[in-house]
Design a protein around this ligand. Structure first.
Ligand SMILES: [Zn+2]
Length: 274
């Protein structure tokens, strides 16, 4: 009996306290494609945290407790997940979230079923972009509550299951804004430009590294106005909205990635609804 009690106590101690500050309340959306905020307790130095063997963003909340802000990939099933920190393993729960389906017709069949030469190009481009997502710059993000990169209505939501000409493809990894071509796109937080490309699917694209694995990608731009290595202050114009790559018309597609997990950008602009 006492052994059982001891085991229960150990289990309770292993469960992290629920973080309850402003950032936690805003960002804690533990669903596939969402964010889990986990209280790490006090301490002079930032704890080192890993999730799925990738480094995790940690910040000090309200000037006191450390919290881990963990991106949850869309492919994660609801249930228990764990982070590792300084020899401890902390559990958190992922809740279910329903994502809608969308059927899109593209006139250019090559953008639905790319030919072998295109596939080679796509593979190369994917590797380049994956590298940009996996960087871990130790700098703290300038702000965790992001500004919207363009002023305009949201169109296609994150996580939509998409069927192009009847064939299921990857779910929507970002958030679309319906805005006219030429609209300036602004950095939602300060950051360094780590990649600029002109890609098969994403068209003219800019990656901005906000620090500690928090990365933005802006796609389908008509014009890019920055170069790799530029340090952008919050609100800097990085390019113009367009329809380059696989796009049915001018719009901004914005990805937000955290510990190499593409997550719902509405969480960071305070517009999340389940
Ligand atoms: Zn999109």
């Amino acid at each position: 009996m006492s052994r059982l009690l001891a085991a229960c106590c150990a289990l309770l101690l292993a469960l992290p306290a629920h973080a309850d500050g402003f950032i936690s309340r805003l960002l804690d959306k533990p669903v596939p494609g969402g964010v889990a905020v986990i209280d790490l307790g006090d301490g002079p130095a930032a704890p080192r945290v890993r999730y799925q063997d990738k480094p995790v963003l940690t910040v000090r909340e309200d000037g006191r407790r450390w919290i881990a802000i963990v991106g949850i990939p869309l492919s994660v099933k609801p249930g228990e997940q764990r982070i590792e920190t300084d020899g401890r393993s902390l559990a958190f729960r992922v809740e279910p979230r329903h994502y809608r389906e969308q059927r899109i017709t593209l006139k250019n069949q090559r953008q639905v079923s790319p030919d072998p030469a295109d596939l080679k190009r796509i593979e190369r481009e994917l590797a380049e972009q994956t590298d940009a997502y996996r960087r871990f710059d130790p700098r703290q993000p300038s702000n965790l509550l992001f500004d919207k990169p363009v002023a305009g209505p949201l169109s296609s939501p994150f996580g939509l299951r998409r069927f192009f000409n009847g064939e299921e493809r990857n779910p929507h990894s970002g958030l679309d804004f319906a805005v006219p071509a030429g609209t300036p796109v602004k950095a939602p937080a300060a950051g360094r430009v780590t990649l600029v490309g002109d890609y098969f699917f994403n068209g003219r694209t800019v990656f901005v590294d906000h620090g500690q694995g928090l990365v933005s990608m802006f796609c389908h731009l008509s014009k890019v106005e920055v170069k790799v290595g530029d340090e952008l202050p919050r609100g800097a114009v990085l390019g113009r909205v367009g329809a380059t790559g696989r796009a049915t018309g001018p719009h901004l597609h914005w990805n937000v990635s955290l510990n190499d997990a593409r997550i719902d950008p509405t969480i960071f602009i305070g517009a999340f609804s389940k």
